[in-house]
Structure formats: C-alpha cells, structure tokens
Design a protein around this ligand. Structure first.
Ligand SMILES: [Cu+2]
Length: 452
C-alpha cells in the first residue's frame, strides 16, 4: 500500500496534482465551514511556531492541522449565500461556507499543504497572490496546472519563503469567479515574534458586485457600473466596527480585488504604510498618511497608534463607494421645483416619492423598496442617521478593552463640552467682511469689479 507521503509528496511537489481514490481521500483534513458573517475571535496557534493572530472583519481564520512537518489546510470552493447587511442576501461563490473565503494564517518558513476541493458547477484553480513558490504551484489554470474539475480535489504544497500579507483567488474563468466573490487573504507571520509586533491586527479584502435592486445574483459581465462596494462582501451598516484599546498599536491589512482603486481614509489619526503584497516597507521608507490608496490587485497595510479615543469613521474616500445601490441614474434635483411633477406622478403612482430638491439626505425617511435591496445610505449613530453605505465602518477606540475583546463597545461617550453643538441665540445676521471697493494696483487685476 502507498503511504500518504509517497502519493502526495512525489506528484504534488512537481505540480498541483489531482487527489483521487479512497486511500488519499482519507488522508485529507476536515474542511471546517462557517455560517456567521460577523468577526470571529483570533485563532491562536495550538501547535507549530507561535504568532499573534489576525482578526478578519466579518470573517474568520481557517483552522489547520500539523501533519509531520506540514501545516495542512482544506479549502472547499462552493456556492454560498452571503448577507451583505441585514435585509440583503446575495448568491455568491466562495470557500468553506463564506465569500470571501477564510483567512489563511501561517508562519514564515512553514511548509503548507493546501487541499482544494471543487464543489462548483465549473472548473477552478487557486492562485496564491504574492507568494514566492515553484511555478507549478502558482495556480494558473492551463498554464501551470490542469483546471480542477467539479468534484475533484487538488493539493498545493509550498514553503512560505517570506512573511507578509497575501491573497488567494481563482485563475480559472477568473472574471466570473471573482465577480462571484471567490477570494481570500493569506497572512504569513514573521518567525521572529519581535518583528514589528502589534496589539490588534485587522484584515479584510475588498470586492465589488453589480446586484440590481430586487435581485439576488451579481451580474458577472459588468466592467464599470458596480453598485455594491464591499469589505469582505459586507456593506455598511453590515460591516463590523473595529474595536481598539486606547494606546494599542494597530495594523489594518487590506486587499483589493475590485475593478478600481480605493483611497481608504481613517479619521483622527495619521498612520504609516507598513506592508504591501511585495513585503514589508522599511521603516526608513514609510511616510505619514491619513488616506492610503489601495490599487487593483494589491495589498496595503498601515500601522497606527490608537492614541485618540472616540468613534472614528474609516471608509473609502470615493463617495460612491460609501453608498449602497439605488444611487444610480438619479438626477441632481437640487434647487428644482418639482411641485407640478410630484402632483402629476402622484396621480399615476400614489406611493412614488419625488426627492432631491434640497439634497439627498434621507434621514429617517422611509420609502418603498424592492425586495432584497438596501437603502442607498443608512445606519444610525447616537446623534442621528449616518447616511452611509458600502465601504464604511467605525474604528472605536476606548480605554481598557480586554486584549482579545472585539465586541462592539457601543457609542463613544464624548467628554462634556467636546461635541459640536447648536448655537442657541445666534446674531440675526452673521457679521461678514465688508465688500472690497479697492481696485488692485496692478493693471488688469482680476479682482476689479468683483463682488464678494
Ligand atoms: Cu472605493
């Protein structure tokens, strides 16, 4: 009888090889599955080299087992149902019950063996984005390996040559499979625990979908006109807050597998860009930022000292990416009188709402919505409606949170006198600078005749 080592070690080291038959199947580790879309606690290692685990925003880490020198994982590619936020579920493809798939965590120098079972209706592969590995393990269907057919299990084996932040995704009918949500993050921790340690290490991957209002399936052939901009296939108000203890050193790692760049902005702090999918940025080369642009097909991580308590907005700075659907094809009606239009429409469709004459803030307004459709902007805070969607959440910095406590600490209690507030008795008319009557001395001065 063949030993497991003989069967897998030999074939698999040359290229990702199909695993068939009962003998091999018995040797494949379990494929755990997750049915919750909220942040799972960090998975501390129980064997192998030690590391400080990450937490995945609205996600989880894939459990693994040691088998001799090998760290073994099992990914199952399969159709899943993902809740984007309460009130909207989308039929996606993902891994082990979720889209995106679980975060894979291992340590620099580890030898990993990753089984991939295909339960999709079409073939697939897994590409390990950013990894330095033998060509035959790179997961490009047709080029570096045969495609994994429905029902088949393949195995990938490689050594983790360097620490950093990486991704995984199919390289097989890629446009469709990534538009359906197939992707995940792959964190390789430094073997040296003293290398740039942080207290909290958050991870998420950005993906985008076009889900027409009232439908349940993304359109996969779309090139530009997306309406759901997600972090780990969740949109605000469905994205977990990032709870942080005051004074913690925090790392946030972000992968981008959408079709455009995302300038990600954190309020109240400045941070340093510390890591890309190419490796760690030397400390001498880091520069301060409050917004970091994450290009397509790339990873950016930043390190920040959370020294400013409060509820700090954390979001993509492209305004359309911090909105949900229903925001498309709407005309700007600011300043337009639509009394007559409203009357005419009211006769035809009594439920219709003519909106936008004074802006589009919706506040507490309720309007009829198609099934399975989120409001363009929603969410509420202690002071009223937040009016956001898409790629938006809140970093909640509080004194005295326990080390592994990632539960929502609720709204921030601002110290008295530190919140912008209504002026109770304003002057009837604010004093303004008087209009200038002086003509600039230089000839043809552009200020001439200008009213201020
Ligand atoms: Cu964006």
């Amino acid at each position: 009888m063949f030993s497991r080592r003989q069967i897998m070690g030999t074939a698999a080291l040359l290229s990702a090889g199909a695993v068939v038959g009962r003998v091999q199947a018995a040797a494949i580790p379990e494929a755990p599955t997750m049915d919750k879309a909220v942040m799972q606690p960090p998975l501390h290692p129980s064997s192998g080299p030690d590391y400080r685990p990450v937490v995945t925003v609205n996600g989880w880490t894939l459990p693994w087992r040691m088998n001799g020198d090998w760290k073994e994982f099992h990914l199952v590619a399969e159709p899943v149902v993902r809740e984007f936020a309460p009130g909207m579920k989308v039929n996606l493809w993902g891994y082990n019950g979720q889209a995106p798939g679980p975060t894979i965590e291992a340590v620099e120098g580890d030898r990993v063996r990753i089984f991939v079972t295909n339960r999709l209706p079409e073939h697939t592969t897994v590409h390990w984005h950013g990894m330095l590995l033998p060509n035959g393990m790179d997961g490009v269907g047709g080029l570096t390996q045969p495609h994994i057919k429905p029902g088949q299990t393949f195995v990938y084996e490689f050594e983790l040559k360097k620490s950093g932040t990486f991704m995984y995704h199919p390289h097989s009918d890629e446009m469709v499979q990534m538009a359906m949500g197939m992707m995940g993050m792959f964190i390789v921790h430094p073997r040296d625990l003293s290398f740039r340690p942080v207290d909290r290490d958050f991870v998420f991957i950005m993906s985008t979908y076009l889900v027409d209002p009232g439908t349940y399936l993304p359109k996969v052939n779309e090139m530009t006109d997306f309406n759901m901009w997600t972090w780990n296939s969740r949109v605000f108000p469905g994205i977990d807050p990032l709870p942080v203890r005051l004074g913690d050193k925090v790392r946030v790692r972000m992968g981008n597998l959408t079709m455009t760049n995302h300038p990600i902005h954190l309020h109240g702090h400045s941070f340093a860009v510390s890591c890309t999918d190419g490796g760690w940025v030397p400390e001498s080369a880091q520069w301060p930022e409050v917004t970091i642009d994450v290009p397509v097909g790339a990873v950016r991580a930043f390190d920040v000292v959370a020294d400013n308590p409060g509820d700090w907005a954390f979001h993509c700075h492209k305004t359309h990416h911090a909105m949900n659907s229903m925001g498309h094809d709407m005309r700007n009606m600011i300043g337009v009188s639509k009394k007559d239009l409203a009357k005419a429409i009211g006769k035809l469709a009594p439920d219709a709402m003519v909106m936008g004459q004074t802006g589009m803030a919706m506040g507490d307004m309720e309007m009829p919505m198609p099934d399975n459709t989120l409001m363009m902007m929603s969410g509420s805070g202690q002071f009223g409606p937040i009016e956001m969607g898409g790629m938006f959440t809140v970093m909640k910095i509080r004194e005295g949170l326990a080390r592994d406590d990632y539960s929502d600490p609720g709204p921030y209690k601002n110290p008295e006198g530190t919140v912008a507030h209504l002026v109770e008795a304003p002057a009837a008319e604010p004093e303004r600078q008087s209009p200038t009557t002086e003509t600039p001395k230089s000839k043809g001065g552009s200020m001439k005749g200008m009213k201020m």
